[in-house]
Design a protein around this ligand. Structure first.
Ligand code: F2R
Ligand code: MG
Ligand code: MG
Length: 368
């Protein structure tokens, strides 16, 4: 597959022409992560938006005549961009390079809505001149580490970079890159789960998804990932298989189809800033939006995913970003309506990074 220069500028805006196949799935994932963040950010932490407010929000954005400034990305995208560029420039995972990029990015643009504690990690990394890049995260929260969703929200590029790699390597890079900021096992295992979900979506041809098998496969993988290791810190009596349990609950919700209410999702899976209360919710959003959802007007399945994730309230930018990166990896960029391309800051950068990650793959001999 030959990638042409597919991004051109029109009236100062990026116009991205469609590519199909795997390259389109790479683009879809990076664009989905960005769009979920930008479109979800205005609702983050607010009380759950009413269905009429959200339906009119998406209807207005779909109108080609609407002239509004694009929506800014937040910390979710700022850090995703760092992960992607580090993997591209270093041709692989380099802990020091990635940590330096996080810190440089944060001090260049600190007002992107970062988590309130992760900024201490950036300060300590800078103060210690990156001597031991994993140390500052390890002392967060009295040595227990952060279980925020900040590692999961930035992990999509790892799944793209590891497209041809076995799950073991996906897990390894996802975990190690998470440990730069999130040393709590819920924090880094949430990122591992999110990475595996994007990886599986990339490998699943559009319209060929068996949603139960998709979740069962994640459960099998997470049973290995969550099996306690020597270095794990667990409270007495703590269930080590939190994500396995959440995915099992997710399967139960799926059995109830379109009757599941936002309150049920909030109570069962969570809509919060912690990884274990948001990553399973993002995966559920992707699965739920495969089919029409009552009260959600969006009839495009990619947009419906982001719309549905935002409709749950809580950590809307992050849950929509994680759901968007899975949905984009599954549907591909060509399924994202063109009228939405202009609404998000720096879409062309996301596409360029996706293309570079795609080009770094070692093509199989049958590909041209
Ligand atoms: N920070 C926000 N949103 C709030 C303000 C946004 C506002 N719109 C604005 O513009 O100012 N969103 C972003 O933060 C989340 C990712 O956070 P991350 O990177 O995980 O940060 P941190 O600080 O490590 O953890 C977040 C909070 O989780 C709680 N927490 C984590 N580990 C804990 C532990 N072991 N014990 C107790 N609490 C723990 C703390 O409250 C942390 O501050 C994303 O939503 C992103 O969008
Ligand atoms: Mg954010
Ligand atoms: Mg957030």
């Amino acid at each position: 597959m030959i990638l042409k220069n597919l991004i051109r500028k029109s009236h100062g805006m990026a116009v991205v022409e469609a590519v199909e196949g795997l390259a389109g799935k790479f683009r879809g994932s990076m664009a989905g992560a960005l769009m979920g963040d930008c479109l979800g950010a205005p609702f983050e932490g607010e009380s759950r938006a009413s269905r009429s407010v959200l339906n009119s929000y998406f209807r207005r954005l779909a109108d080609p005549a609407l002239k509004v400034p694009y929506k800014l990305y937040t910390d979710d995208t700022a850090m995703t961009r760092c992960v992607a560029q580090s993997l591209i420039d270093e041709k692989g995972y380099c802990a020091t390079d990635m940590a330096k990029r996080f810190v440089k990015e944060y001090y260049n643009e600190p007002k992107r809505g970062y988590g309130s504690n992760v900024t201490d990690v950036f300060a300590a990394l800078r103060a210690t001149k990156f001597q031991d890049v994993y140390a500052p995260a390890g002392i967060q929260f009295g040595g227990r580490g952060s279980y925020g969703n900040g590692a999961a929200m930035r992990i999509a590029p790892v799944a793209l970079f590891c497209y041809d790699a076995p799950d073991k390597e996906v897990v390894h890079i996802a975990k190690d890159s998470s440990l730069l900021t999130h040393a709590n096992r819920l924090g880094y295992n949430g990122a591992v789960l999110q990475c595996l979900a994007v990886h599986q979506a990339l490998h699943t041809p559009a319209n060929k998804l068996d949603s139960v098998k998709f979740i069962e496969s994640l459960i099998t993988k997470m049973k290995t990932v969550e099996a306690p290791k020597d270095e794990d810190i667990l409270d007495e009596g703590e269930n080590p298989f939190i994500y396995v349990k959440k995915l099992e609950k997710l399967l139960e919700l799926m059995e109830q189809g379109d009757s599941v209410t936002p309150s049920q999702v909030e109570d069962t899976l969570g809509v919060y800033i912690s990884a274990h209360m948001s990553v399973p919710t993002a995966i559920y959003s992707f699965i739920r939006a495969l089919n029409p959802v009552t009260n959600i007007e969006s009839d495009n399945a990619f947009l419906r995913t982001i719309h549905y994730a935002i409709s749950l309230g809580g950590d809307t930018d992050t849950i929509a970003s994680m759901a968007g990166s899975i949905a984009g990896a599954y549907y591909g960029f060509s399924e994202i309506p063109e009228s939405f391309h202009r609404h998000c800051e720096a879409l062309s950068d996301a596409i360029e990074q996706a293309d570079q990650l795609f080009k770094m793959r070692k093509p199989k001999s049958t590909e041209t």
